[in-house]
Write a protein that binds this ligand. Structure first.
Ligand code: TYD
Ligand code: MG
Length: 438
């Protein structure tokens, strides 16, 4: 009989403690410590050791670094290849996360079929039945001899199949439904998710298999399970998007073999996801012209400039505490902008509800979005539309000054390419009505 060992794991941050506590000493979350029973197994004697892939290190002259470049696999889907940093690196393990129903399984089935044209691809479905996957493949017009479907949840069984089939490419769908039998907690728990990811990583690295792991994210946008999961894999990609829209954003959150923050836009069709080569044009296509509360933001996502529409709605508050709602920007950023506008422009926003939305479900976290947000709010409050054919960007400081931001030249060029002019002489928020509004 194997020895039983209990450990309390924080479901928020993955902190492990031998004793229960009401509050996690690491991240401060209340009531998040859950008992998980470990049986002495292969990889959990020293959990940390299983996350690290051994490499032989040797100092190299800088000139010689990167000479033996990683071998990459190009899918031919230009936008996907760009976000992965110039193709998927052979033998790398990536996590693809996103809310349920956003299109992860569909997209990875499409990618598997491309891999299957040049090697052997295995799609492990632990969530849907093989029939469901086959039906989807039918719909997408996928019919590759070298694409195998395996319906199994137990990773030790999956390992046996992988060792026998020796595929070049494997999709694990999803990490929350896979389990290792020697960990007694249920599938989807922090221990299972972490150890399963480490198990998959070791297995695939050992065999030179390129792998994609599907992970669902919670409402707050965290990958269900601890953050440590992100450190185990080579790359983390995320699908974002609004259910109401039929396009999806594919973003690199981490990439050991490329830059992060890179973004691609895909359109959902009945034949699967299709790349959108000019996202700016796409995001602006439904923009209302001449309406107050809408402005174009010349933003940067990763290394690419992108034009986005920022909307605001300012209405008289119904309750004594006015509402502040932000979609696509952080609520903190909105609070600061509202406070600055109230003080410097003298708008009594304390009596008004303010709603802000970045159209298309893009999440912007660069400070350059401040001026567009302030402009949209002012435009809606004064009921004066923003001047036609202009784009704006700029960070707003606490005293109302508009600060310069990175990569301005790129933003200007992107605006110009789409027939817009960037107004860059706004130095303070007080100048917004005069310089930016009709
Ligand atoms: P699915 O790939 O199952 O999402 P996830 O794996 O992230 O939960 O996609 C959800 C639904 O959307 C599914 O019924 C198929 C449909 N869909 C399309 O019709 N076209 C598309 O291009 C995509 C991506 C999805
Ligand atoms: Mg799915």
């Amino acid at each position: 009989m194997a020895k039983r060992k209990s450990v309390y794991v924080c479901q928020e941050c993955g902190y492990r403690s031998p004793k229960w506590a009401g509050r996690c000493p690491e991240c401060g979350a209340w009531g998040s410590l859950v008992e998980e029973v470990l049986r002495e197994g292969r990889s959990n004697k020293n959990p940390r050791s299983s996350w690290v892939t051994p490499t032989v290190s040797k100092p190299l002259p800088i000139r010689e670094v990167g000479k033996d470049r990683e071998e990459r696999f190009l899918t031919g889907i230009g936008e996907f290849d760009r976000v992965t940093g110039g193709g998927v690196v052979k033998g790398s393990v990536a996590l693809v996360s996103g809310e349920p129903g956003i299109g992860k399984s569909t997209f990875l089935l499409q990618i598997s079929s491309i891999f299957a044209k040049r090697g052997k691809a295995l799609y492990v479905t632990a969530e849907e039945s093989p029939q469901q996957v086959a039906l989807r493949a039918d719909r997408l017009g996928i019919d590759e001899d070298n694409l195998l479907i395996l319906s199994e949840n137990n990773l030790e069984e999956i390992e046996k199949h992988i060792k026998e089939i020796k595929p070049n490419f494997v999709v694990f769908d999803s990490i929350q439904t896979l389990y290792l039998p020697y960990i007694e907690s249920s599938a989807g728990s922090v221990s299972q998710v972490r150890e399963s990811t480490a198990f998959i990583t070791n297995l695939c690295k050992g065999m030179g298999i390129t792998a994609f792991i599907v992970g669902h994210v919670t409402k707050e946008g965290n990958i269900a399970g601890p953050k440590v999961l992100e450190h185990i894999v080579d790359a983390v990609f995320q699908f974002e998007g609004d259910r109401g829209y039929n396009f999806r954003i594919f973003k690199s959150l981490k990439n050991r073999f490329g830059s992060t923050g890179e973004l691609a836009v895909f359109e959902m069709t009945d034949r699967g996801l299709r790349e959108v080569p000019n996202p700016s044009e796409f995001f602006l296509s439904e923009r209302p012209k001449g309406k107050p509360g809408s402005v174009i933001f010349a933003g940067i996502e990763g290394s690419r400039p992108i034009l986005l529409e920022v909307q605001a709605l300012v209405t008289r508050a119904i309750f004594t505490t006015p509402q502040r709602r932000a979609k696509g920007i952080s609520p903190n950023r909105l609070s600061i902008i509202v406070a600055v506008l109230e003080k410097e422009l003298g708008i009594p926003l304390r009596n008004f509800d303010v709603f802000v939305n970045v159209v298309g479900g893009v999440k912007v976290d660069e400070p350059a979005v401040d001026l567009p947000v302030a402009t949209a709010i002012a435009s809606s409050y004064y009921e004066r539309p923003v001047k036609e054919s202009i784009a704006v960007f700029g960070e707003i400081g606490l005293t109302g000054e508009v600060r310069r931001v990175k990569l301005e030249e790129l933003r200007l060029r992107e605006a110009e390419k789409n027939g817009l002019e960037v107004v860059s002489d706004v130095k303070r928020v007080e100048e917004i009505p005069e310089k930016l509004l009709v």
